[in-house]
Design a protein. Structure first.
Length: 317
């Protein structure tokens, strides 16, 4: 069975829309019995002349400020319906989860590819959640704080659904390379879940430390946060793009984060010696430091899986 990606289907610019002909005459898949097309309607495509079909079914994937008019003729479009999609982030999550269809399990190559796409989405959410959590210290926002907690819950749902789906794939007849790829996803989704948890933990500790004067000398804790973010961003990028060189750089960078972890720990011990009343504050900041160090460890795990997978495919350096 061959699979055709939507991105590979030719785009035809027509008045009012851009059409990709998937099935039918002069289409990606030839058929004289039916037609299936993807259409993107927008103001940039200009006005569309009303037209009719003997029979047509339309599935709306997403929309914003859209409506449909119809009637008995092009000059009498007496009916109209507005199309509204929720914009709270849940729609995007559900669309991603919909990739994990039970019917795809009969075709391991397809179900594994869908798992890869959903895992990549989970990775990007985990990365974004850390960026938002770390940013709360310098730019507090009630909305961002709530978003960190909500995104952590979304990441948990990703792990649950992906884990269940991947286990179902393992019950199918798989090649060695397919088994290794599924194993990679099963192991790494737990890393993404823990990164999401640590980001939520950091945001909660930021609340606990709010209003307490900053007592650390130097900028080691800020450097620790920045270097950890660099590690995670590069790890996720290497994971999604299968970049061996970037994965190796992530592993090398772990020494930088480990060194900063020890320096921040020493800084906090000095704070407690000089200002015993800031003991609770120092303990909270030490936990932030520890969560950042753990996130660095998870980034290293991801990079190691990238290298392992590429080496097994003969794509290593």
């Amino acid at each position: 069975m061959d699979f055709i990606k939507r991105d590979d289907i030719k785009k035809n610019a027509l008045p009012g829309r851009v059409v990709q002909n998937a099935v039918g005459h002069n289409s990606a898949v030839l058929s004289e019995k039916m037609t299936v097309s993807f259409c993107h309607y927008s103001a940039e495509s200009g006005p569309m002349e009303p037209h009719n079909h003997a029979e047509e079914s339309v599935v709306v994937l997403s929309c914003k400020d859209a409506y449909v008019k119809w009637g008995s003729g092009k000059d009498s479009l007496e009916h109209m319906v507005e199309l509204l999609f929720p914009d709270d982030g849940s729609a995007a999550e559900e669309q991603e989860m919909d990739r994990l269809e039970e019917r795809f399990l009969q075709h391991p190559a397809l179900s594994i590819e869908q798992s890869r796409l959903v895992t990549n989405s989970m990775a990007e959410r985990a990365e974004g959640n850390l960026l938002m959590a770390v940013g709360l210290r310098n730019r507090w926002s009630d909305k961002d704080f709530r978003m960190v907690g909500e995104t952590e819950s979304v990441i948990d749902r990703y792990e649950d659904k992906l884990g269940t789906y991947l286990m179902k794939i393992t019950s199918k007849s798989l090649s060695q390379s397919q088994s290794e790829e599924v194993s990679k996803y099963l192991h790494t989704i737990s890393d993404f879940e823990r990164i999401g948890d640590h980001a939520a933990d950091i945001s909660e500790l930021t609340v606990a430390m709010a209003g307490t004067p900053y007592k650390l000398r130097g900028d080691n804790i800020k450097r620790m946060a920045a270097e950890t973010i660099v590690m995670l961003v590069d790890a996720v990028d290497s994971y999604v793009t299968k970049d061996m060189a970037k994965a190796r750089a992530v592993i090398d960078h772990d020494d930088v984060v480990d060194d900063l972890f020890l320096k921040v720990k020493a800084d906090l011990i000095q704070v407690i010696r000089e200002n015993p009343e800031y003991g609770e504050y120092a303990a909270d900041l030490l936990m932030v430091n520890k969560y950042l160090e753990r996130i660095g460890d998870h980034a290293t795990n991801l990079a190691e899986w990238v290298i392992f997978a590429l080496d097994n495919k003969g794509e290593g350096e």
